[in-house]
Design a protein. Structure first.
Length: 211
């Protein structure tokens, strides 16, 4: 079967091995990558939940108002964050911040796309680590970037108390991105472990079809 350059590139991005590499291709290269369904479900779930909660806060709590919902522990603090994550590049013109956001989003998409392809090569019982990590990261990006498309700023409202201080507020998308960070560690470990096993010849290869 003859493939176009675009189809070959897409398969490479999804993690398919080249037939010319030693050992040929693994069995997973011939299996459908169903991880995208899980990733898409998590991504849309987080994105929609993030937008709904932001809309509810915008309609019920005036901008700048602080309301404790759990005395001394949790509060709704409605603010509009026009800067990047953690307040970075707040002094840059709007055009510069938009350019940084677009570049960062494209790089993140490329990396996460690769992780889904690499995760598909893991044993079935370990793939959910990769799917959950990418779903949380994509969901956080979708929530905040989706809002920035409308009015650039991001609605933050969820604040926790730490000692005598109330932490800067965040949102559902921020929580998803924060949770994805520690999940990246087992994903990296599992990939390194799989590479070590392949190096010892433990991976199963099958003959590659002619492309």
């Amino acid at each position: 079967m003859s493939l176009t350059r675009r189809q070959i590139l897409l398969r490479r991005l999804q993690g398919e091995r080249r037939a010319s590499r030693p050992g040929g291709r693994r069995q997973t290269d011939f299996e459908p990558n169903t991880g995208w369904r899980v990733v898409l479900a998590i991504t849309l779930g987080i994105g929609v939940l993030d937008w709904i909660t932001k809309a509810a806060i915008a309609f019920t709590i005036p901008l700048g108002e602080f309301v404790e919902v759990w005395q001394g522990r949790v509060a709704f603090w409605h603010v509009r964050n026009n800067a990047m994550i953690l307040g970075l590049w707040d002094s840059l013109p709007l055009g510069g911040r938009k350019a940084i956001a677009v570049i960062a989003a494209l790089l993140a998409l490329l990396i996460l796309f690769q992780i889904v392809g690499k995760g598909h090569r893991l044993p079935a019982e370990r793939r959910w680590w990769a799917w959950t990590f990418v779903g949380l990261a994509f969901g956080g990006m979708l929530g905040n970037l989706g809002e920035r498309v409308i009015h650039w700023g991001v609605t933050d409202y969820l604040s926790f108390r730490y000692g005598d201080l109330w932490l800067p507020p965040g949102n559902v998308a921020d929580i998803a991105l924060f949770l994805s960070i520690p999940l990246s560690l087992p994903v990296i470990f599992l990939e390194l472990q799989a590479r070590a096993q392949r190096g010892r010849g433990e991976a199963t290869a099958v003959p590659a079809p002619h492309l």
